[in-house]
Ligand binder design. Structure first.
Ligand code: NGQ
Ligand code: ZN
Length: 459
């Protein structure tokens, strides 16, 4: 039975010294002792944090990072980015999806993410024909996660409309569409296949109120409730101003308000983006207990707007963070930009800190852990009995951590840690990164390079 000993670790009630973590054969924490001798336990050479959940990813988009940074003839927007992304989707096959996801997972792990919620919406073959097995591309994601060792919440996406009011889907969207029966079968097959795997949870994701109509939304919830009535439900909502306008034109209500009025939004839900909310929506979403999934680097990259952070926090809302388009694969960047967005807009500092002398980095990290874990629907985000043994070891010899201890380590990491501050990573009690190196790193990089060559040159 693996045992780990750390000189310092962040536990649910704060920092503790000489922490001994005992892990069961399935990778969950059995016991945590403070002021304990190391004995024969494996030594963790630095301060230890719980692994961070990445609550929103579209893995394949990692391969188009940097390819959408040229101005268009009529300016550029979320929608012109989406057109380019659709052209990219068109070329992907199962081998490419798996290779890109594996490379992404290695990078996420090396930066301290230990689990990821994959919002996976490409289900059909090129041109839109069904694969013989509707799980083909979901299986590619699971294979990548298995090889990399990252924990996975797989959210097969329901995508059936091209816009509000049941608009037909475009040709580019044909790869996303499964009818209600095939979708229910996909959810059922995946849930059954993976129900005994502690590294993996299946949930669902109605893509957005643009891509599902009210009947599709109900059918999506019914599909998961038939197999797992507590599983996570994620949805994109209110990311752009145009989405809000179109939703009002269709229903008379703004998207977050529509969802709160028409769906059982509560703790199993994660509303991704929720960028454009009025004061009433902000208060009501906070009261619902759902997580707002913020993806600061992607939202900045796409020019979405900034989440109403102050009002949502004041109303007691829960947030977590996601890497979304994976232009960044580091949790540090998401947390930092969430705080910096508020500083730039307000001319003030330390807006995420809960009070005088409280650490901003720590408040951001706690939000990422708690909200992230809730959204994953897996027992992660804390070093405590019953939780997964997902541990991130910081490099205490890194210059930015010199003479830092406790919360100050986290502030230094979040606000200044750009380069190899994470030393080791354990997921489910297994070593996945040692001294900054992932065991499958070289293989993943070679497979990724080959996949990119096929995608970009057609070779
Ligand atoms: C996605 N990404 O599903 O990949 C979306 C774009 C859409 C973000 N919203 C497509 N960041 O929302 O229609
Ligand atoms: Zn997304």
């Amino acid at each position: 039975m693996p045992r780990f000993h750390a000189p310092a670790a962040l536990l649910p009630d704060g920092w503790a010294s000489d922490v001994l973590v005992e892990v069961d054969a399935g990778g969950s924490i059995l016991s945590v002792a403070r002021d304990a001798a190391a004995g024969a336990a494996e030594r963790l050479h630095g301060p230890v944090l719980p692994g961070i959940p990445d609550l929103h990813s579209h893995a394949f988009q990692r391969a188009m990072a940097g390819l959408a940074e040229r101005g268009g003839p009529a300016g550029d927007s979320f929608w012109s980015w989406r057109d380019l992304m659709y052209r990219f989707v068109d070329r992907l096959g199962p081998r490419e999806v798996e290779a890109i996801a594996a490379q992404l997972h290695v990078e996420l792990l090396r930066h301290g993410y230990t689990s990821v919620a994959e919002f996976h919406y490409v289900h059909n073959d090129r041109g839109g024909a069904s694969y013989e097995e509707e799980t083909t591309l979901c299986d590619a994601i699971c294979a990548a996660a298995g090889a990399s060792g990252i924990g996975l919440t797989l959210l097969p996406v329901a995508y059936r409309r091209g816009g509000f009011g049941g608009k037909p889907t475009s040709g580019a969207q044909a790869r996303f569409v499964l009818d209600a029966d095939r979708y229910a079968r996909l959810v059922e097959t995946l849930s059954r296949r993976h129900c005994a795997d502690a590294q993996l949870r299946i949930g669902v994701a109605p893509h957005s109120l643009r891509a599902v109509d009210p009947a599709d939304l109900a059918a999506t919830l019914a599909a998961i409730d038939a197999v797992d009535a507590k599983a996570p439900v994620h949805i994109h909502v209110a990311e752009t101003r145009r989405e809000v306008e179109d939703c009002v034109a269709w229903s008379g209500a703004r998207p977050v308000a529509w969802l709160l009025d028409n769906a059982p939004v509560g703790e199993r839900w994660c509303l991704v983006h929720a960028t454009h909310m009025d004061a009433d929506e902000t208060r009501r979403l906070a009261a619902s207990g759902a997580v707002a999934g913020i993806c600061p680097t992607t939202e900045a990259n796409l020019g979405d707007g900034f989440f109403p952070a102050g009002a949502f926090a004041a109303a007691g809302g829960r947030i977590g963070f996601g890497s979304d388009s994976n232009v960044s694969t580091s949790p540090v960047e998401e947390l930092r930009w969430y705080e910096y967005g508020q500083r730039l807009a307000s001319g003030q500092r330390n807006l995420s800190a809960p009070g005088s002398d409280a650490s901003t980095g720590m408040a951001l990290l706690r939000a990422a852990l708690d909200g992230g874990a809730q959204a994953m629907g897996r027992p992660v985000g804390a070093i405590a009995p019953g939780f997964r043994a997902d541990l991130v070891v910081l490099d205490h010899d890194h210059p930015i951590l010199a003479e830092r201890a406790g919360d100050a380590l986290v502030d230094a990491w979040i606000f200044s840690g750009n380069d190899r501050v994470v030393r080791d990573v354990v997921v489910g009690g297994q070593w996945v990164v040692r001294e900054g190196h992932h065991a499958h790193e070289e293989q993943a990089r070679a497979d990724f390079a080959r996949a990119l060559r096929r995608l970009m040159r057609g070779e």
